[in-house]
Design a protein around this ligand. Structure first.
Ligand code: 3PG
Length: 251
């Protein structure tokens, strides 16, 4: 028995386009992001993969990405599961700030430590701030102390894995192929966990918007081979652009 996860970072959001830290702020897809979602659907259809259900975060950009794909695949009837544990990492006080301003203020080492080190955590935001983004009816029922005010990739991993192991693995067992439309930090946390990537090596991995990644698992949910992108060349170029965000002439 083999299981397949199609793992996808949402299409470009308006704040990705404008180079702002986004995190839990609920920003929609840009026009380019909507096109990337349509392109993802085409790549999935061409690959012959046939997802039987979908997971998204509670953030609009991941829901929009999944909706566009389901529409393009004529699969709008599929079950969709949404969880806050698939949200982007909370970027604390950096949410809403320009990446190049933060780079200038903190310097390259600190900026890259916060963005990419496994234990790099942004300064926690005041829950009263307009950009804290946790006081929202979509998080009703989530214990208040579970909602983050700033997270490292390590903290993201701690909130993601219980959901992955309890819910996603259970659904995978029944459905065999699932699509997870989510965020860059969730993808980094998941590939680190599944492929046993070191803390050092994960800091070098950047995830492009809107290019499906395929992960194959055996019956005990161990990975088979390496992960692949459905468009490896575009994924490589776009991942490099993500790495350079905030730096001059990054795009
Ligand atoms: O939340 C954000 O700003 C991005 O989606 C992820 O940003 P990063 O690539 O700087 O971690």
């Amino acid at each position: 028995m083999e299981y397949t996860i199609i793992l996808l970072r949402h299409g470009q959001s308006e704040w990705n386009r404008d180079d702002l830290f986004c995190g839990w702020v609920d920003i929609p897809l840009s026009d380019k992001g909507k096109q990337q979602a349509r392109d993802s659907a085409r790549l999935i259809a061409e690959s012959g993969l046939d997802p039987k259900c979908v997971f998204t975060s509670k953030l609009t950009r991941s829901c929009q990405t999944a909706n566009i794909i389901l529409e393009q695949l004529h699969r709008e009837y599929l079950d969709v599961y949404r969880s806050w544990t698939l949200n982007e990492r909370h970027y604390g006080t950096l949410q809403g700030r320009s990446k190049s301003d933060v780079l200038q203020e903190l310097g390259k080492d600190r900026y890259m430590f916060i963005r990419r080190a496994f234990k790099g955590c942004p300064p926690l935001i005041n829950p009263e701030s307009q950009y804290a983004a946790i006081e929202d009816s979509r998080y009703e029922g989530v214990p208040h102390e579970s909602l983050p005010l700033g997270e490292s990739l390590e903290m993201v991993t701690e909130r993601l894995l219980p959901y992955f192991e309890s819910t996603i693995e259970g659904v995978l067992k029944e459905q065999k192929t699932v699509l997870i439309a989510t965020h860059g930090s969730i993808m980094r946390a998941l590939v680190k966990h599944l492929y046993g990537i070191s803390e050092y090596d994960i800091s070098e991995i950047n995830i492009p918007n809107g290019i499906p990644m395929v992960i194959r698992l055996d019956e005990s949910f161990k990975v088979i081979g390496d992960y692949t992108y459905l468009d490896p060349e575009v994924a490589r170029v776009e991942a490099e652009k993500v790495a350079r965000q905030g730096f001059k002439n990054h795009s």
